[in-house]
Design a protein around this ligand. Structure first.
Ligand SMILES: [Zn+2]
Length: 152
């Protein structure tokens, strides 16, 4: 049985599976989404020791590992730090391609939020451009309650 591959070339298959699942987002992420859903407020969480405001919030500081619970409201406006344009459609994409994913550092935050960027011509897309969140009218408590960010 130890030599079952002897004399054989192993064949490796590549397939995809789709696995529906549910999970609890936890207290920190739940509060983040509830504030967006119910008040259109984007909240960060601050580490007083490191003086860092995380958006999206996290329960533990990545710098000093302190437990975090100092909530601060940040702006719905920010600066595009980087972006990519996706042309390849997959079932995992939330909107049809082509689409733009950006990292947006909101005013008052020290970290970047990954989200969609829309209502912009590709030629005008620039790192450093100012963006504003566009909230959905009907919000359900997930990241797509912010429909996308658009240029100011
Ligand atoms: Zn810290």
């Amino acid at each position: 049985m130890d030599n079952w591959l002897e004399g054989l070339e192993p064949i490796v298959g590549h397939q995809e599976i789709k696995v529906p699942y549910r999970y609890s987002m936890g207290a920190t992420t739940s509060k983040f989404f509830i504030e967006i859903r119910d008040r259109k407020k984007i909240m960060g969480i601050k580490c007083a020791k490191c003086n860092i405001v995380y958006v999206p919030p996290r329960s533990t500081c990545g710098g000093c590992f302190a437990l975090l619970n100092d909530w601060v409201e940040v702006s719905d406006r920010g600066t595009l730090q980087t972006y990519t344009i996706i042309h390849y459609p997959t079932p995992a994409q939330p909107v049809p391609t082509p689409l733009i994913y950006g990292i947006i550092k909101l005013d008052g935050a020290d970290t970047g939020l990954a989200h969609l960027v829309s209502e912009v011509d590709y030629e005008r897309l620039r790192i450093g451009m100012r963006l504003k969140a566009v909230f959905k009218e009907e919000r359900v408590g997930n990241m797509l309650d912010i429909q996308y960010f658009k240029p100011i």
